[in-house]
Design a protein around this ligand. Structure first.
Ligand SMILES: *[C@@H]1O[C@H](CO)[C@@H](O)[C@H](O)[C@H]1NC(C)=O
Ligand SMILES: *[C@@H]1O[C@H](CO)[C@@H](O)[C@H](O)[C@H]1NC(C)=O
Ligand SMILES: *[C@@H]1O[C@H](CO)[C@@H](O)[C@H](O)[C@H]1NC(C)=O
Ligand SMILES: *[C@@H]1O[C@H](CO)[C@@H](O)[C@H](O)[C@H]1NC(C)=O
Length: 331
């Protein structure tokens, strides 16, 4: 009887193993975009519907740059710090020390105000307020002393704000306040014609307005929905677009409720690497599998050869072949 383990069978099996290894990595890559421009997109954020956490659904769009959308406009995302859970956005229509622009409100949805509100070290400077402004009267306790800085300093140091000074020949009132003030009162109610926002205000004592950083720092919270387990299994956290329940996206063709299968476990470390490194890991992996298979095959071959001399031939050979195939495939 002819041996089942012919050289051509071995070659076929090696090729099969290699093909399996070659097809898994491409399909295991995330179905969600992982960056926009130079900004990394990770959980809880996502660009495509169904990626990231459902709470942040429809808030981002990537048109060459990453934009964060609120009811008052699209704000350019400058940076995202996933460790500190902070995102810095910039309103291109906002006034700063160097440019004066018509005022508009900064408005967030109710959900946004809860899950991604401006941080404590973001100060809203309300400028050119009328003397009837609520923040100068009934609500004057909403204005705080911002590292010893005054309105005069702002009106004096900034080209953009000097105009307020000139027209009235005296400093119109201003108010340094937090997000809660503008959340509950629109600029019309506040009766101030302009505003600007400054971030990282904890260390601005003695630093002039020309050197302040203008923008809005948002502090986001990530609900614990079991995403970690999915991420550790090599998946990307997403959600079902109808039920908004967590879905672990394992590949473009495989979704799972909690975590990805064993095959994807081995690939998990690739996901954090950049694309070019993925290739290196991929190739190393392929060779590893190739040599392991070769070893496995030759070991099995000798066992089978041994079996030929002793045991009843066909059942024993079949048993070994099945065992060996399982061993080789599980590599
Ligand atoms: C996408 O961003 C642009 C800014 O380039 C903005 O004008 C637009 O409204 C945004 N679209 C959506 C659907 O949020
Ligand atoms: C400042 O506010 C006053 C009203 O309080 C307004 O008439 C004036 O136009 C404002 N200045 C600028 C430069 O908008
Ligand atoms: C704010 O700080 C400045 C400088 O430290 C001080 O002169 C001023 O009185 C303070 N204003 C208030 C309202 O505390
Ligand atoms: C996996 O989930 C995503 C997001 O909900 C969906 O777009 C995709 O069609 C799903 N794929 C499969 C194979 O179910």
């Amino acid at each position: 009887m002819q041996s089942l383990v012919t050289p051509s069978t071995i070659v076929k099996l090696i090729i099969l193993t290699l093909q399996l290894q070659l097809t898994i990595p491409t399909s295991a890559l995330s179905p969600c975009k992982t960056s926009c421009g130079n900004i990394a997109i990770n959980y809880p954020f996502g660009l495509e519907d169904g990626c990231g956490a459902p709470q942040f659904r429809h808030m981002f769009n990537c048109t060459s740059d990453l934009f964060f959308t609120t009811p008052s406009g699209a704000y350019k995302v400058q940076s995202i710090d996933y460790d500190k859970k902070m995102m810095v956005v910039y309103d291109p229509a906002m006034s700063t020390c160097s440019i004066l622009q018509p005022h508009h409100d900064f408005v967030m949805t109710d959900i946004q105000s809860v899950i991604i509100p401006p941080s404590q070290d973001t100060v809203f400077a309300l400028l050119n307020c009328s003397i009837d402004s609520p923040v100068l009267n009934h609500y004057k306790n909403l204005c705080f002393n911002f590292s010893g800085h005054s309105c005069d300093e702002l009106y004096g140091a900034c080209n953009a704000f000097r105009v307020f000074h000139l027209l009235t020949n005296s400093s119109p009132p201003c108010c340094f306040t937090g997000y809660d003030t503008v959340k509950f009162m629109s600029m019309n109610i506040l009766d101030c014609t302009h505003y600007t926002t400054v971030i990282n205000t904890d260390n601005l004592k003695g630093v002039g307005p020309l050197d302040w950083v203008y923008g809005i720092k948002l502090s986001f919270t990530v609900a614990d929905t079991g995403c970690e387990r999915c991420a550790q299994s090599g998946g990307t956290c997403g959600f079902d677009t109808e039920t908004e329940g967590l879905v672990c996206l394992c590949s473009t063709s495989v979704n799972s409720t909690r975590e990805c299968g064993k095959d994807y476990l081995k690939l998990s470390e690739r996901k954090v690497e950049r694309n070019n490194i993925i290739h290196v890991v991929h190739i190393t992996n392929t060779w590893f599998v190739f040599f392991s298979t070769l070893l496995c095959v030759s070991a099995a071959g000798s066992v089978v050869a041994e079996g030929l001399n002793h045991a009843p031939r066909l059942p024993f050979q079949l048993f070994l072949l099945i065992l060996w195939t399982f061993l080789c495939m599980s590599l």
